[in-house]
Design a protein around this ligand. Structure first.
Ligand code: HEC
Ligand code: HEC
Length: 357
């Protein structure tokens, strides 16, 4: 029989240990073929967010997605906002929209037999994409972001079912943290059958869109001139982004103020899908697939903050967490071992001149 104080020590130590561990990323969000028919899913107007506690929570979630910088130093360690990658305030299809994401969790992660809740997935983007320290699962921030994601989903589904006058039903904080991929979460009206047929995790518009393969494997060297011509004007010659009056207006793509080596965007394929569909902002889908692959390789072969799961050794970290990924973590590019926090900056521009001239 274990003595009571041993039990107590175990009981105290266990949650502490669990808290200290970095939330894991669930498996890669699968990219979808856009030609399978988008659903024309449109969340309701923000002005229809109801008054009261639930509405306040939704509004707060919206504010946090758009201006995540208000959590800088507390939960955010870089210059980014959620909406920098989850475009149009988390509403844009094929830019990992938060409404489709809400319906996809909880999701089973085979690797460690774990059921990932929506709140845990939100935490992962804080730890990696925002290079920060994730707020707790039941924190007001995570609950608010979940409420906003749910509200976008349910309002759009009700409208799609012709139930435009039906208010979005309120959920408990607990239900919001779970997500909508559970039998207890009821889908409204005629849309329910359609969605169950394709599966709640496969709502059209979820994740990113696939794109044509390129003839040549992605290469940072070919990506440099693409970057100079199409991206540097907004994202900066050194990928540092642009600040106005101290406020980030164009997000950093690499360096200390960008996403870290554990983020989904560090993968060349994920970045290429995102870039091909969305960048250059305002005149997207003008790069050739080859250019999108190459420029994704260029930005993701630069230095960025360390993977928070770093074991102290880049080779073993790569083996443990980056196996099978299309990425440069632990690879040597231009003589520099990437992912090594001691790596010098390897920004490559024509010698002696600014690429912007
Ligand atoms: C640097 C870009 C970036 C930023 C900033 C970012 N994310 Fe993400 N997020 C991604 C990518 C890429 C994925 C898909 C990940 C993958 O495939 O591994 C993702 C996935 C997600 C998902 C799951 C999507 C799905 O369909 O399964 C949620 C939820 C999410 N992010 C929430 C957030 C929140 C909330 C914030 C702000 C606190 C945020 N993200 C900031 C890039 C970003
Ligand atoms: C007209 C300005 C502009 C141009 C040109 C542009 N971007 Fe962006 N980019 C943005 C803005 C602004 C965002 C944030 C999204 C938003 O606010 O809607 C963004 C977001 C991003 C992100 C996700 C956020 C992050 O920091 O990682 C990536 C990656 C990205 N851009 C890559 C590129 C690449 C590669 C090119 C060139 C092919 C490019 N962009 C050209 C303005 C631009």
């Amino acid at each position: 029989m274990m003595k009571w104080h041993v039990w107590l020590a175990v009981w105290i130590a266990f949650p502490l240990q669990a808290m200290a561990a970095e939330p894991d990323m669930s498996e890669q969000v699968p990219a979808q073929d856009k030609s399978t028919g988008p659903m024309d899913f449109i969340p309701r107007e923000l002005t229809t967010i109801p008054a009261g506690d639930f509405g306040d929570n939704v509004r707060r979630g919206y504010e946090l997605v758009v201006n995540t910088q208000q959590l800088k130093g507390r939960y955010v360690g870089n210059q980014l906002n959620c909406t920098d990658c989850h475009l149009s305030n988390g509403a844009k299809a094929y830019s990992a929209p938060l409404w489709a994401a809400f319906l996809a969790y909880p999701a089973f992660r085979a690797k460690d037999n774990h059921l990932d809740t929506f709140a845990e997935r939100v935490q992962a983007c804080f730890s990696y994409s925002m290079n920060g320290k994730a707020p707790a699962l039941n924190s007001p921030e995570v609950v608010a972001i979940s409420a906003y994601s749910y509200w976008m989903l349910m309002g759009g589904l009700l409208d799609k079912s012709g139930m435009t006058d039906t208010p979005v039903p309120e959920l408990t904080d607990q239900q919001l943290q779970q997500g909508g991929n559970d039998k207890s979460f009821k889908l409204p009206g005629p849309i329910a059958q359609k969605i169950e047929a394709i599966g709640r995790r496969n709502m059209p518009g979820r994740g990113f869109a696939t794109m044509p393969a390129a003839a040549l494997p992605p290469a940072p060297d070919r990506g440099l001139p693409v970057y100079v011509q199409h991206c540097a004007i907004c994202h900066g010659v050194k990928g540092e982004g642009t600040l106005m009056g101290g406020v980030p207006v164009m997000p950093a793509l690499w360096g200390g103020d960008s996403y870290n080596w554990g983020a989904g965007m560090h993968r060349i394929n994920t970045a290429a899908f995102f870039i091909f569909e969305n960048m250059p902002l305002g005149k997207a889908v003008q790069l050739t697939p080859q250019q999108a692959w190459d420029v994704a390789a260029y930005i993701n072969s630069q230095v960025r903050p360390q993977d928070p799961r770093f074991t102290g050794n880049v080779v073993s970290t790569a083996a443990a967490f980056h196996r099978g990924e299309q990425c440069f973590y632990g690879q040597t590019v231009d003589g520099v071992l990437l992912g090594n926090e001691r790596a010098p900056a390897i920004y490559r521009a024509p010698p002696g001149q600014s690429p912007l001239r």
